[in-house]
Write a protein that binds this ligand. Structure first.
Ligand code: HEC
Length: 113
């Protein structure tokens, strides 16, 4: 029975590391990646509430699937936004998933900000 508990602990650690190979979503969003993606906060706001100055929309609380779709789009030849094209092409698919999962877990910004 004791073994079941430690097995569960080992399993959850395995799962956690499988979900975030390399950098975790929070680190990507706040610090960017070694492969050159800048921190999302630098354009989208410290709390991902959006930044009208650079026309970056709010990201906090968006569905993870939507964020991944947008990042895939920006990285593709169809992605015309030069800022996000450069950001998205510097993220590999696992990093897109990780950062999307993190951003979607945040509370939505209050209306009117
Ligand atoms: C250099 C500035 C800049 C940085 C850094 C940046 N973004 Fe953006 N992002 C923008 C701009 C500008 C837009 C709006 C583009 C458009 O109009 O299509 C945008 C749009 C988006 C959208 C689409 C949102 C929507 O509602 O359609 C997502 C998702 C996104 N960014 C995710 C990220 C993530 C994740 C990061 C960090 C890895 C990041 N961005 C870093 C400038 C930036």
């Amino acid at each position: 029975m004791v073994d079941l508990v430690s097995l569960a602990g080992a399993l959850s650690m395995l799962l956690a590391s499988a979900a975030t190979p390399g950098l975790g979503g929070k680190a990507i969003a706040e610090q960017g990646t070694a492969s050159g993606a800048p921190a999302c906060t630098s354009c989208h706001g410290l709390h991902y509430e959006g930044n009208p100055v650079v026309e970056a929309p709010a990201l906090a609380g968006l569905p993870a699937g939507f964020i991944v779709l947008r990042l895939d789009h920006y990285a593709s030849p169809a992605g015309k936004n030069p800022l996000m094209h450069s950001v998205a092409t510097d993220l590999d698919p696992a990093e897109r998933q990780a950062v999307a999962a993190y951003l979607s877990s945040l509370p939505k910004p209050r209306a009117g900000r």
